[in-house]
Design a protein around this ligand. Sequence first.
Ligand code: CDV
Length: 321
Amino acid sequence: MPRLVTLAAAQLGPIQKAEGRDVAVGRMVRLMERAHKRGVEVVVFPELALTTFFPRWYEEDISRADHWYEHAMPSNETAPLFEAARKYGIGFHLGYAEKTPDGHRYNTAIYVHPSGEVVLKYRKVHLPGHRDFDPIRKVQHLEKRYFEVGNLGFPVIRAPVGGQEANIGMMICNDRRWPEAWREMGLQQVEIVMLGYNTPSLNMDNRGFEAHHLRVEHSHLSIRSGCYQNACFGVATAKGGTEDGHELFGHSIIVNPQGEIMAQATSWGDELITADCDLDDCNLGRTTIFNFAAHRRTEAYQRITTQTGSEAPPVWKPGQG
Ligand code: CDV
């Protein structure tokens, strides 16, 4: 018997700075309604799905950015998502800015069971960008100013996903580019990685050239290799389109454990893409080429956890052998 679940990436088009959460939540509820009609069991929404990608805006006084954060989950504004989950019997993944009661700020994602209970929480570990205003950049990327590094590791939990039990984990946007994040979850036999992202169509660092078409390629390459090398499915959901003049590239995908793209968004707007995923497809990779117990050599991987930056190698000299 296949262990089938129907998963969806619920891509969102742009959310403008002036728009309230009610606008985004209304659009998300409509996507959940469509998902229900298409037999979907879990929808994955993007990173920071409730607002514009606010880390592009600099605030000298960080407390002036407080309105971008959720202070409770659910809240009056996000309650309709939880009600839709109950009404349609759909689980959902949501990315949002979290401010804790004791004042910590995180870039967070949760997976919510159709009952409305939060099953798993993840806080983004790899925060890109910078802390202070950077005059070289074309657009600011202030995640290091607005968020602390996530303190929950990369948790994986076995939980109901539709009619199945599945090992689920999460990462957020820039995490997808780091093989360490995938392997942490692969070592916990993750079967479904849910991830949301907000990625500009252009490299805003202004420190060198990156061809436009490679921006999407690098995102897909990272997700496809992460899924293949860890024998899991990936549901990667973008925010796309132009937010207050700043373009995000969309291109949400669902990937199988062979690293194949099963579904891909073709617009930069609100769009639902779905795939029927047999979780037993994770077994081939996990028991053969990526049978970690049989083939991993941790004694050769010392640098992975003891060294952060790269170091220049020794220089070869003639006659050295
Ligand atoms: N939100 C992100 O983490 N965005 C980064 C950008 C800055 C490159 C990403 O890795 O997509």
